[in-house]
Design a binder for this molecule. Structure first.
Ligand code: NAD
Length: 265
């Protein structure tokens, strides 16, 4: 199936590593013009070089630094994307996860920072991107959230509270923008083998006095498919959802979790 992504302009936020990078890579492979973004110029340059090395030096990829907690930087990111590639067809929102903790261990400053990182970043990105998406023939927005919006994860209070806000925003935007043919969906990833997840297992092993592999096994044993996702498995779904091939799919919150969520709906 041709996804119809060739020549489309895609802005993938927080994409120097992990899920964001995998989505950007898949879109570039499908022939989209891709903007990579993250805070660190050096990490971004490495990510862009890696992508070109893998897919060919002629790959249309641009790296623009942006901290998603700063709305002025977001405005600049979107303006630079449009200036470089002549428009915007696809926006994928993403950010690093907020810090872990329980209600007792989370202070008000951490709450405010997490609201900016996880929720307001998406609000600012959509506000900045919408005027340009409205000019596209095949506009699409994808938010990256977590399967925790269906089933909260112990010790991840801020994520458990704020990601459902992003899902509420995603669904509301899908309804409000459907008459304009702008599709808005979310992916709810389960455990996916990114570097960040490796660091989580290293941390747990240290805290629990166990081996990293023991901590990894605790998670993989709890997943019906018996393993974590590969980032490419997430990216395949992301590329489809933002592509013209998914032209009648909007307002969908799609788990990519190997069957981890066990509720009926
Ligand atoms: P990751 O740490 O590999 O990637 C995070 C990306 O966000 C990096 O490119 C980083 O540079 C960038 N980033 C962080 N803070 C930023 C900021 N303020 N401004 C701009 N860029 C910023 O993590 P990942 O595993 O790819 O996860 C991505 C998101 O998905 C996170 O929010 C994570 O909590 C969530 N998630 C991950 C999994 C998983 O198993 N990997 C599962 C569910 C949800």
């Amino acid at each position: 199936m041709d996804l119809g992504l060739r020549g489309k302009v895609a802005l993938v936020v927080a994409s120097s590593t992990g899920l964001g990078f995998a989505a950007a890579r898949q879109l570039a492979q499908e022939g989209a013009k891709v903007v990579l973004s993250a805070r660190s110029t050096e990490t971004l340059a490495r990510a862009a070089a890696k992508l070109k090395q893998e897919l060919g030096q002629e790959t249309a990829v641009l790296a623009i630094p942006c901290d998603v907690t700063d709305s002025a930087q977001i405005d600049h990111l979107v303006a630079e994307t449009v200036a470089a590639f002549g428009g915007l067809d696809i926006l994928i929102t993403n950010a690093g996860g907020p810090p872990g903790g329980t209600f007792d261990t989370t202070n008000l400053d951490a709450w405010r920072s997490a609201i900016d990182l996880t929720l307001m970043s998406v609000v600012h990105l959509v506000k900045a991107a919408l005027p340009h998406l409205r000019q596209s023939e095949t506009p699409a927005i994808l938010t990256i959230t977590s399967v925790s919006v269906k089933q909260p994860i112990a010790g991840l209070l801020l994520s458990n509270v704020l990601r459902p806000g992003v899902v509420g925003l995603t669904k509301t935007l899908a309804l409000e923008l459907a008459p304009e043919n702008i599709r808005v969906n979310s992916i709810l990833p389960g455990w996916t083998a990114t570097d960040r997840v490796d660091h989580i297992f290293e941390y747990r092993a240290e805290v629990n006095g166990t081996a990293v592999e023991t901590e990894r096994a605790k998670i993989t044993n709890s997943i019906p498919m018996g393993r974590m996702a590969r980032p490419e498995e997430f990216a395949n779904v992301a590329a489809f959802l933002v592509s013209p091939a998914a032209s009648y799919v909007t307002g969908v919150m799609m788990q990519v979790d190997g069957g981890s969520y066990v509720g009926l709906l």
